[in-house]
Structures are given as C-alpha cells and as structure tokens.
Design a protein. Sequence first.
Length: 277
Amino acid sequence: MNPSISLIIAFYNNIEWLEMIFEQLKKQSFKSFEVVIADDGSKQEVVDRIKELTKEMPFQIKHIWHEDLGWRKDIILNKAVVASSADYLVFIDGDCIPHHKFLEEHWRFKEENFVIGGRRVHLTKEISQSLTPENVKDGILSRITLKLLWAGITKKERHTENVIRITPQWLRNLLLKERIGGLLGCNFGMFKKDLLKVNGFDERYLAPAIGEDTDLEARLKRIGIKVRVCKHAVTVFHKNHKREEIPNNNGEILQYNKEHNISYTPWGINQEQEKKY
C-alpha cells in the first residue's frame, strides 16, 4: 500500500542535520509517509551513513543521488518526484527540521489546485549550533519557544514569531487573514498531479533561489494553481547560516519564462528539447 505523503528532502552532505530531521520524523503524529532524499551529490561517507540510517529508521527511505557537478537542486528534485510513491508531495530542505505535527498539518490543509505554503522559524546562531540528534530526540525543539521570541524582540531576529502555533480553524479565522502567494522552496506541499501539469522544476536553474520556488509559483499561477500560506501551523525550524551566493542567470531565466508565458516547462521532468538557454 502506497503512503499518503512523499516527503522530499533536498540534501547535500549535511548528515548531522539529516539525522535531526529523522529524529523529528520518528515523532510525527501523521504516520503514512515515505522519505525521498533528493541528494545533489553528497560524498561517499555520507552516502554510506544514509544506507545505515535507512536500515535503522521506522519509515521507508528512498535515496536518490546524482554526481556532484555543482548546484543542481532542481534536477535532483525532479528525479525525486519521479521516484516518489504518494499522490501528495511535501518538500523541505536538508537544513529544516519539521515540527512534530508538520505532516499532519500539511495533510489537513491539502487541496487540489492549491499549493500549501508552510513557513520557517529562523533559529538563532546559538540555537543552531547547540542542536544535536540526541537533544532533538530529547525534545529540545519544544522548549525553545520563549528563547526564540525573546531573540526576535531583543536581537531583531527574523521570523522567530512563526514558532507560535495557531491550529484550531475557528481561531485561525479570527486572528489570521488568508494569504495567497508566497511559496518557499524549503516548505511546501501539493498534489503530484498538479506539479506534473507544469512538468516539475525548470532544470535550467543552476544556482539557489528562484528556480525551486519563485519560478515554480509563477508557472503554477499561469494555470490557475495558487499558493495558500498556512502560517503558524505548517512549520519547520530553519538553520541559521549565510545564504550561498553563486554567479547565475536566474533572473534572465525567470524573465524568459514570463515573456513566453511558460507554465509547462520543456526543461522539466519530461524534457522535450535540449537545454538551450
């Protein structure tokens, strides 16, 4: 029997954080899921460790790997989508640890012709450096709420307020305005058939940002699929780190897709032409 959710984790070498993710996945209130690791070319010792973890974990793990030829996240994500078994897909990054009700909330909010846009709690540098698989297992993430909120007030850390959970629907209706638009590549969910309508991710993007979220959202919007943001419910804890900067032509590709009104990318899962751009 196929799982209800395929959780696709974009990953590269950071095995300690993957182990922390797995510790939280053991605690998930929603149990019908598989993990698909979209590995953008991790080194052999990491690959070997993932093989060990695959035997140890109580959930199914598929490890999809390709050679390290630079940043090719969108390519490996497409391969992971093809390898997935579920009709519903949830995407996170390998530096994002899900809340223990993360998959339950994604499943609750799911809707055809909508992408569910989760949000991230930005961890402070101090907290990020203190986390280990052992203390995540012991429940440290449930004990840092006040510390994160205080950091948001005193140190102006961004997005720490996302740690506050508002889950009853009547309370969400009372306190939160519905927000349409704003896909984050590190936390979103959608029906696989909706992703296939635009042929997945555009593989011409060879640098972080835009390709795995902004471009995808724009192409989905062109066929009437919108992003519904579920703040204060569908949450991951995001590692504090500097953004990776790689010289790129991401903006030019995004503009090309806009000017040509591209929704179904020829440079996606089913490639209909060579990558000429």
